[in-house]
Ligand binder design. Structure first.
Ligand code: HEM
Length: 432
């Protein structure tokens, strides 16, 4: 039996599934670095220091398989999130182009109009949860990227199915022993029922697109045209899995971050004023590329990602033994970079609990100190796209709306569909 670093008990882990008030930063203080946390994937060895994170992110990618396969593997079997090795490399190469450069920037206007449309739906004086608005925006944007301008009934149906699927989500569905239908009762059975309906609708959509000869620029067309090294097209199953991955990974995280950004800015009016100083003198229809270059806006988003990274631990499973920070870890161990706790190390970020966008002005951090996007061979494929979108949405809404924050207490963390987000969704009200 290998000796693993110290860490909290299984009971603490069960508690954390429902109550995140004991955070990874608290664990790092109590148990040191690295530490072992029981998890749904088995014992997880988590590094906190940049040195430990570096050992994970710069290790040979062949050392790892995707630990996400344990949780998502029964849902999206061939997704880039769960594959490893040559298949994973091929899928990343195929999926990367729409999320970078000119292709990514071509979504700028859609990001702006979608943000305006949803902001206009807010009624002054009516309390609302900001996360619903940010989620509606990011979902519409990613659906546009995936399906293009086509707004058929089927795409609308996809949106409805997806929202229902998200509604049927609980962290319990990631626990293998609970992944049984139990005669149609329980969270997994509920999730599967909605999932099968969604799958049926997407297969019908793929069949329709295969029939139509019209050339299109969207991500679905890219997947339909893609060929592997032997010249074979992707199967419907593979297309479905990648589409779902992009839609899930591409909207939930970004929505959570935007909600936190609104929260932090309104909790710190001096920072909000400073952002207004930067944006108020600029036109609403400023070129989206120019919005993306605004320094204080970027600093606000980076500081939000530091304080509330939507993925707290960035994990992989060992396919080969690894020496990590002096520990000899056997095959099968899950290792993780503990972003949430690294982002709170006072040696890197003095007064780490303070919202201080200025720490990102004129200063850069290494990818082992600032790691909201993960790192190494699995680093987030949509990082540039998400940054572009968050800047445009924040700019567009703040230029047109003034809000009141209705949260009087510190907002707590809660598990959402694959991310950690704000409990209650950030209650706000449109003031004008
Ligand atoms: C604020 C928004 C986002 C954050 C903070 C975020 C963060 C992350 C993190 C931490 C990972 C795991 C990386 C690792 O294992 O090293 C990841 C993976 C991924 N993200 Fe994002 N993400 C965001 C938005 C997006 C968007 C907009 C897309 C696509 C449009 C996207 C697509 C993906 C994909 C496909 C992966 C899997 C990569 C792989 O396993 O090779 N993400 N993301």
């Amino acid at each position: 039996m290998a000796t693993l670093p110290k860490g909290p008990s299984k009971l603490a882990m069960i508690r954390m599934m429902f109550d995140l008030s004991y955070t990874l930063a608290d664990m790092a203080r109590d148990y040191g670095d690295p530490l072992t946390m029981p998890s749904a994937f088995g014992p997880m060895v988590i590094t906190i220091s940049p040195e430990g994170n570096k050992e994970i992110f710069t290790a040979d990618p062949e050392l790892f398989t995707a630990s996400a396969a344990d949780s998502f593997g029964r849902v999206i079997r061939t997704s880039v999130l769960v594959t490893s090795g040559a298949q994973h490399r091929r899928q990343r190469k195929l999926l990367a182009p729409p999320f970078h450069g000119q292709r990514m920037r071509s979504y700028g206007d859609v990001m702006r109009t979608t943000a305006t449309e949803w902001a206009l739906r807010l009624a002054p004086g009516n309390p609302f949860a900001m996360i619903y608005t940010t989620q509606a925006i990011t979902l519409d944007v990613i659906i546009f990227a995936v399906f293009g301008v086509e707004q058929s009934e089927r795409v609308e149906q996809f949106r409805t199915d997806l929202l229902e699927l998200l509604g049927s989500f609980t962290p319990l569905i990631f626990l293998r022993p609970l992944q049984h239908e139990f005669g149609g009762i329980g969270p997994w059975a509920r999730f599967q029922k909605v999932f099968r309906r969604l799958e049926e609708h997407v297969f019908a959509l793929i069949a329709e697109r295969r029939q139509s000869q019209e050339p299109k620029e969207d991500i679905l067309s890219l997947l339909l045209d893609a060929k592997d090294e032997d010249g074979n097209s992707l199967s419907d199953q593979e297309i479905l899995d990648q589409l779902l991955t992009i839609v899930f990974a591409g909207h939930e995280t970004t929505a959570v971050m935007l909600a936190w950004a609104f929260y932090l800015l309104h909790k710190h009016p001096d920072k909000l004023d400073k952002l207004h100083e930067e944006i108020d003198k600029l036109p609403l229809d400023l070129e989206t590329d120019a919005i993306a270059k605004l320094p204080y806006l970027e600093a606000v988003i980076n500081e939000t990602l530091r304080l509330y990274p939507p993925i707290h631990v960035i994990h992989r499973r060992l396919a080969k033994p690894m020496k990590l920070m002096g520990y000899d870890l056997p095959v099968g161990t899950v290792v993780a970079a503990g972003a949430y706790a690294t982002h709170r190390l006072p040696s890197i970020y003095p007064e780490p609990e303070r919202f201080e966008p200025e720490r990102f002005i004129g200063k850069t951090y290494s990818p082992f100190e600032f790691l909201p996007w993960g790192g190494g061979a699995r680093r987030c494929l949509g990082a540039a796209f998400a940054m572009y979108e968050m800047k445009i949405v924040l700019y567009t809404i703040l230029k047109q709306c003034r809000f009141a924050l209705l949260e009087t207490e510190e907002v707590k963390l809660t598990h959402r569909a694959g991310t950690v987000g704000p409990k209650g969704g950030i209650r706000m009200m449109l003031a004008r």
